[in-house]
Write a protein that binds this ligand. Structure first.
Ligand SMILES: Cc1cc2nc3c(=O)[nH]c(=O)nc-3n(C[C@H](O)[C@H](O)[C@H](O)COP(=O)(O)O)c2cc1C
Length: 216
């Protein structure tokens, strides 16, 4: 029998960026749930330009740690999901996306329009713009994975402290891939990190226009 999941609100309230992990392996069925939750995220045009590399072997985690400014939690985690974006993903997957869409009831008029509007839109992107666009899409799927791992009772650590070229080399990534972030998953070892708190809602949220308080 699978263990009860934490309510999402509890997972959000209790989550911390985990400082250290005990390294106990992650059961494959839980890993599958975490990955599938990410893949269910929305993306622009449903083009799903994210790609994930799951690192679990001790040797590969060691190499990844070396590519991540020697952060110990990369090696200690049960699994590290390396979240990437593929800048050529839309070229390769447009037909597949349309085929799956049609199977799900996508109107032919929508499919016809997307066939030209997706290349029109994305082929004009500069490298910087593509990188920003990919970050948006990838981090949404990544967040779905992080939260799902937390609801399943795991601890997580988001990480941007890595060297792009080195991670590329360790994972043998294609040139069109861009590493966006690492997600370490496992169980906390030792004490949790302090709670850094959050800015008051009035500091970061406005209502109707900049500077006005949102009515709650
Ligand atoms: C995208 C992203 C990248 C991060 N990269 C690192 C990292 O490389 N190393 C690290 O120790 N913490 C990293 N953090 C953790 C943050 O420092 C942490 O989330 C923040 O201090 C708030 O703490 P909390 O998550 O416990 O609330 C990262 C967080 C995010 C969202």
């Amino acid at each position: 029998m699978s263990k009860p999941e934490k309510p999402l609100s509890q997972a959000i309230a209790e989550r911390r960026a985990t400082p250290s992990f005990d390294g106990v392996p992650l059961p494959a069925d839980d890993l599958k749930k975490i990955l599938e939750a990410g893949l269910a995220a929305p993306s622009g045009y449903n083009i799903q330009p994210w790609r994930f590399v799951v690192v679990q072997s001790p040797e590969q985690k060691k190499r990844l740690r070396a590519a991540s400014y020697n952060q110990a939690k990369v090696e200690e985690a049960s699994a590290v999901i390396v979240a990437c974006g593929d800048s050529d993903g839309w070229r390769k997957d447009l037909d597949l996306m349309l085929q799956q869409g049609r199977e799900g009831g996508m109107p032919e008029s929508y499919a016809e329009q997307a066939k030209s509007s997706v290349p029109d839109y994305l082929s004009s992107f500069s490298a910087d713009k593509m990188s920003g666009w990919l970050n948006k899409q990838v981090m949404l799927a990544y967040s779905f994975m992080l939260l799902t791992a937390e609801t399943l009772g795991y601890d997580t650590a988001p990480m941007e402290g890595f060297e792009q070229d080195k991670v590329h080399e360790v994972l043998r990534l294609p040139m069109s891939y861009r590493v966006v972030a690492l997600l370490a998953i496992g169980h906390l070892k030792g004490s949790d990190k302090f709670d850094g708190g959050r800015f008051n809602i009035a500091h970061t949220v406005f209502g109707e226009e900049f500077g006005k308080p949102v009515k709650l």
